[in-house]
Design a protein. Structure first.
Length: 364
């Protein structure tokens, strides 16, 4: 009887162990993964203790993406060798080919939240670096990362500029989660975020894509100069109050149905049907044509287009007054540096064409 009980206990333990093994081994994520959910999860790792996920070599940069893959997607990584930072995106895409796709860096590349990003390092070419993207706004993006010896996971903001990470790091490529779902962009208003629906009540403390839509829209219709980060804070609240006052609404700082409807109305009027607007890019001024040569001292609608466009693609914070002064020149220089163009502060054909390309990539 004792032997039978022992045998039964051993058998039960074995069955449970096998069940747990198979449950874990085949605990793949849902066929669809929501980009905003991935971003929220990665953001939640910021400030937590640095991860040492099975390698026994300390808090190397690659340990954080391994932790992310296992704990968000349910794909076992703890004892897997997924390469150094500079090759991680390839090995992750090969190892989990049904869940990640390999995307090599190309001119015009834009990362997405959830990407595992690999960098080449001229100072450490054998190892490189790896991190996780969790936020993208215009030509900047934020990553969660750690280094060997890190105490915590940290955030870093980078600019997409010919693969630029820092002085010695350049993007090689990303392992991008497959089957991402995102709500459709507001193509009617040329806003690359979904328009709030139902009975919106966006206020201090709100977050997400609806807030991004609001921030982006306020920049368009009221030159608010907001960072489009999806976080409704005091700056966004004040921008809402300013818009409400300008348009005769109750100035309560809450973007409810009346405020959202008025924003939509104003934006539609901006876009209009006039041939004197750049409707393709959602800019209410005519795009420079021919052989533009906008520089210090230039003025007119072409300069307004330039200022408006730089606010969209590089968060320049310019007043759209049609006067090309020192502020506009510096904004042109910043854009040229960010995208590897000749830095002369003059918006010639190459700079205008790059602005158009970046804006189109925002809207797609």
């Amino acid at each position: 009887m004792v032997k039978e009980k022992r045998l039964l206990k051993k058998t039960s333990s074995l069955i449970i162990a096998i069940f747990m093994l198979f449950s874990f081994a085949f605990n793949f994520p849902n066929d669809k993964v929501e980009a905003s959910d991935m971003a929220s999860y990665v953001r939640s790792l910021i400030g937590t203790p640095a991860k040492e996920w099975g390698s026994g070599t300390g808090t190397q940069c690659v340990e954080l993406p391994k932790y992310y893959i296992e704990n968000y997607f349910g794909l076992y990584t703890k004892t897997l060798a997924l390469g150094n930072g500079n090759e991680m995106y390839k090995i992750v895409s090969q190892t989990f080919s049904s869940k990640f796709q390999k995307i090599d860096y190309y001119n015009g590349f834009v990362p997405q939240p959830g990407d595992i990003i690999s960098y080449h390092s001229s100072s450490s070419p054998a190892y490189g670096h790896a991190a996780i993207v969790y936020e993208v706004s215009g030509n900047t993006y934020k990553i969660a990362e750690q280094w060997n010896g890190s105490n915590t996971v940290r955030s870093n903001t980078k600019t997409v500029a010919a693969g630029q990470y820092g002085v010695s790091y350049t993007i090689i490529g990303v392992a991008r989660p497959k089957n991402q779902t995102t709500t459709s962009n507001d193509t009617e208003l040329k806003i690359p975020y979904p328009r709030p629906t139902g009975n919106p009540n966006l206020q201090n403390g709100s977050s997400g894509d609806s807030v991004k839509w609001l921030q982006y829209a306020l920049n368009l219709v009221n030159n608010a100069g907001l960072t489009v980060d999806g976080q409704f804070g005091s700056g966004t609240q004040q921008a809402v109050v300013n818009f409400q006052r300008t348009n005769g609404l109750t100035a309560d700082g809450i973007a409810g149905p009346a405020t959202i409807s008025k924003i939509v109305e104003v934006r539609k009027k901006q876009l209009g049907s006039s041939t004197n607007t750049d409707t393709e890019l959602g800019i209410p001024y005519p795009r420079p044509t021919g052989n533009p040569n906008l520089q210090n001292g230039s003025s007119g609608d072409s300069v307004k287009w330039l200022q408006y466009a730089l606010n969209l693609v590089n968060n320049a914070g310019l007043t759209v007054d049609g006067q090309f002064g020192s502020g506009t020149k510096q904004a042109v220089i910043n854009f040229q540096r960010a995208y590897g163009l000749d830095v002369d502060g003059i918006a010639g054909p190459a700079t205008i064409n790059k602005i158009v390309a970046v804006r189109k990539s925002q809207l797609n």
